[in-house]
Design a protein around this ligand. Structure first.
Ligand SMILES: NC(=O)c1ccc[n+]([C@@H]2O[C@H](COP(=O)([O-])OP(=O)(O)OC[C@H]3O[C@@H](n4cnc5c(N)ncnc54)[C@H](OP(=O)(O)O)[C@@H]3O)[C@@H](O)[C@H]2O)c1
Length: 303
């Protein structure tokens, strides 16, 4: 598991707890913290502490069967370089980042053979003391070959990930699953950050529902033009989630922005606008949201 943050720490920690053979690739600060305190996971049932095996990029000890990626988009390029010694001819690299841009970067670095698809559904964060906190019940992983085939390596991965206290499943439509999650996050992230509120607050304001529906329509149009039109249930779910009265729904991008943290703007919204331009899809609302996010990141000093 590359990264022991909110996502990697949660799923990796549960796998270690279940006795699976999992190693965290971490950087030196996190390695020291995990050695001192263990990996602490907090959820509604209380606290669990596991003592995982960790390595750093300079101590990778050979090829791994699977490399699960759980770094933020802006840390991806370094992580792609760091995992090199762990990736052999048969290694499956399974990314759990949001968006799709990371697939292109991984393909460029390793070629299509090593790269599988992944989606994670979880709401988790790191507490100030470094513990991983599940902030809403439920956690699941989906994974599969990008061409939809059933392979031994995905079956083997499924055996390792199943039965460890979260929902884990293979998918033969993983690229579409990834797009569907991206559509929700991009539309939700653009909406929350553009209008600076929860879905309930936005739809209660004059014109809020129209902006929400407009952003959803633009996002779905880009996915469709890219060859990954969300299935009707997925499209309906996005529309319902982002226009529900009294909803407290926010995206992690909005929560990060409120806390003054860096946001995955490029991966979540910027990349969608670029794809829209490539296919000639008009996306004025997404473009506005993207501009706002770029300005925010410039002010943070990270662009
Ligand atoms: N959190 C959620 O609820 C959630 C839900 C669904 C999807 N996601 C997606 O999952 C991805 C990860 O998000 P997150 O919330 O887990 O982020 P996070 O809490 O910031 O964790 C990322 C971790 O990656 C580590 N890292 C960065 N570069 C590394 C490298 N080269 N080698 C080893 N470790 C490295 C960081 O370690 P350091 O301590 O060294 O900085 C950090 O602990 C994002 O794409 C996000 O959009 C998140």
């Amino acid at each position: 598991m590359v990264g022991a943050g909110a996502v990697g720490g949660y799923f990796g920690g549960r796998l270690v707890e279940a006795g699976r053979d999992l190693t965290f690739l971490v950087r030196s600060g996190r390695a020291a913290a995990l050695a001192a305190d263990g990996l602490v996971i907090r959820d509604a049932d209380g606290e669990t502490i596991v003592r995982p095996r960790t390595i750093t990029a300079d101590t990778i000890d050979g090829y791994y069967d699977a490399v699960l990626l759980s770094v933020k988009a802006y840390a991806l390029e370094q992580a792609i370089a760091d995992i090199g010694p762990a990736v052999g001819p048969e290694t499956a690299i399974v990314p759990f980042l949001n968006g799709m841009r990371h697939l292109d970067l991984l393909h460029n670095a390793y070629g299509p053979r090593n790269v599988a698809g992944g989606v994670c559904l979880v709401a988790s964060k790191l507490d100030a003391d470094g513990a991983v906190r599940l902030i809403a019940p439920g956690a699941s992983l989906r994974y599969g070959e990008l061409d939809g085939s059933s392979t031994d390596r995905i079956a083997a991965l499924d055996a390792e990930l199943s039965g460890a206290g979260f929902d884990a499943r293979t998918s033969t439509t993983i690229e579409l699953d990834m797009w569907e999650k991206w559509v929700l996050l991009a539309a939700g992230g653009a909406l929350n950050t553009l209008l600076r509120g929860t879905v309930g607050e936005i739809v209660a304001a004059p014109g809020g529902s129209d902006v929400a529906s407009g952003i959803v329509a633009e996002t779905i149009a880009v996915a469709a033009a890219s060859g990954f039109e969300p299935r009707p249930e997925a499209a309906a779910r996005v529309q319902k989630t982002l226009t529900a009265a009294d909803s407290g729904f926010t995206t992690s991008m909005f929560r990060d922005l409120l806390e003054g943290n860096d946001v995955e703007a490029e991966q979540i919204v910027g990349d969608l606008v670029r794809r829209a331009d490539r296919f000639g899809v008009p996306v004025p609302l997404l473009r506005l949201a993207n501009t706002g996010l770029v300005v925010y990141r410039e002010r943070l000093g990270v662009v």
